[in-house]
Write a protein that binds this ligand. Structure first.
Ligand SMILES: NC(=O)c1ccc[n+]([C@@H]2O[C@H](COP(=O)([O-])OP(=O)(O)OC[C@H]3O[C@@H](n4cnc5c(N)ncnc54)[C@H](O)[C@@H]3O)[C@@H](O)[C@H]2O)c1
Length: 255
C-alpha cells in the first residue's frame, strides 16, 4: 500500500476572514493560506491586515488585505464585492471579530451592552447575510469564533456571554436554513494567548493554564487548526455544531 501525502485542503478556494490582523484570525489566515486558499485578510486595523497579507505573500501564499469594520453592513457589501472581483468565489467565511467587555449587569450602561452585541453577534448576521449568494454558489462553509463563555458562566461578562451565546443558537439556525448548500459551525476557544491577554499577570495565566486538563493555555494556532478542519471537506458531514476548543476547561470541575 502506498501512503499518499494529504492534499492541501483549500487549493483553488477563497476565504474571507474578519479580525485577522492579529491573534486567532491571523493564525487562521496563515493556516488556510498554507493549505492553498486565497485569503482576504480583513480587520478594523487596516495596517495590521496588510502586514499579515504581506507576510503570507512573502511565504508564497495568495493574500489580499482590506479594512472591514464588521459592524458596518455597507462595508460588508464592499468586502464581498471585492472577494468576487478578486477570485470570483467565496468558499470559507471566518467570522472572528470580538472583544470581551468586563462588567457585571448592574455596572453596564445601555451603550456598553449594545456595543458588545453589535461587535460579537450583529456582525455575524451582517457577514452571513452579505455572503450567502457567493457561499451558496461555492457550496461553502461558515466558521464563527464564539467562546467558552457561550457554554460556561464566568463572573463579570454578561454581555459577552449573551453575544457568544446568541451565536450558539444562530449556528444551528443557519445550518438548518442553508442545509446542503452552506455548512455553518462555530469554535468555542478557551484561554488562548493573544492581545486579549496582554494585561493578564503571569499568576493569572498560570491559574488559567492549571484549570484546563491539558495543563496549558491555548495558542492561536490551536484554534486555527479547528477552524481549518470545520471549513474543510474533512468536515463535510459536520454542520450546526459548537466545538469547544478549550483544553478541556469547560468539562473540568477544577477551580
Ligand atoms: N483569546 C482568547 O482567550 C479568546 C477566548 C475565547 C474567544 N475568543 C474570541 O476570539 C476572537 C479573536 O480574538 P483574539 O483573542 O484573536 O483577539 P485579538 O485582540 O488578537 O484580535 C482581535 C482583532 O479584532 C479586531 N477588531 C476589533 N474590532 C473590530 C471590528 N469592529 N471590525 C473588525 N475587526 C475588529 C482588532 O483590530 C484585532 O485585530 C474574538 O471573537 C474573541 O472573542 C478569544
Amino acid at each position: 500500500m502506498t501512503v499518499a501525502a494529504a492534499p492541501a485542503r483549500f487549493t483553488g478556494r477563497t476565504a474571507l476572514l474578519t479580525a485577522a490582523a492579529s491573534g486567532i484570525g491571523a493564525a487562521t489566515a496563515r493556516r488556510l493560506a498554507a493549505e492553498g486558499a486565497a485569503v482576504l485578510v480583513t480587520d478594523l486595523d487596516a495596517r495590521g491586515a496588510r502586514r499579515v497579507a504581506e507576510e503570507i505573500r512573502v511565504g508564497g501564499g495568495r493574500a489580499r488585505a482590506r479594512h472591514l469594520d464588521v459592524t458596518s453592513p455597507a462595508q460588508w457589501a464592499e468586502a464581498v464585492t471585492e472577494t468576487e472581483s478578486w477570485t470570483g468565489r467565496l468558499d470559507v467565511l471566518h467570522l472572528n471579530a470580538g472583544r470581551n467587555l468586563r462588567g457585571a449587569a448592574h455596572e453596564l450602561d445601555d451603550d456598553a451592552w449594545h456595543d458588545q452585541l453589535r461587535l460579537c453577534l450583529d456582525s455575524v448576521f451582517y457577514g452571513v447575510r452579505a455572503s450567502v449568494p457567493l457561499l451558496r454558489a461555492a457550496g461553502g462553509a461558515v466558521v464563527i469564533t464564539s467562546s467558552v463563555h457561550a457554554a460556561v458562566g464566568f463572573k463579570g461578562f454578561p454581555a459577552y456571554a449573551a453575544a457568544k451565546g446568541g451565536i450558539d443558537a444562530l449556528v444551528r439556525q443557519l445550518a438548518v436554513e442553508y442545509g446542503g448548500q452552506i455548512r455553518c459551525n462555530a469554535v468555542l476557544p478557551g484561554s488562548v494567548v493573544t492581545a486579549l491577554w496582554a494585561e493578564a499577570s503571569p499568576e493569572y495565566k498560570a491559574q488559567a493554564a492549571a484549570r484546563a486538563p491539558v495543563g496549558r493555555l491555548g495558542t492561536p494556532e490551536d484554534i486555527a487548526a479547528a477552524v481549518a478542519f470545520l471549513a474543510s471537506d474533512d468536515a463535510s458531514f459536520v454542520t450546526g455544531q459548537n466545538l469547544l476548543v478549550d483544553g478541556g476547561r469547560s468539562i473540568s470541575s477544577q477551580e
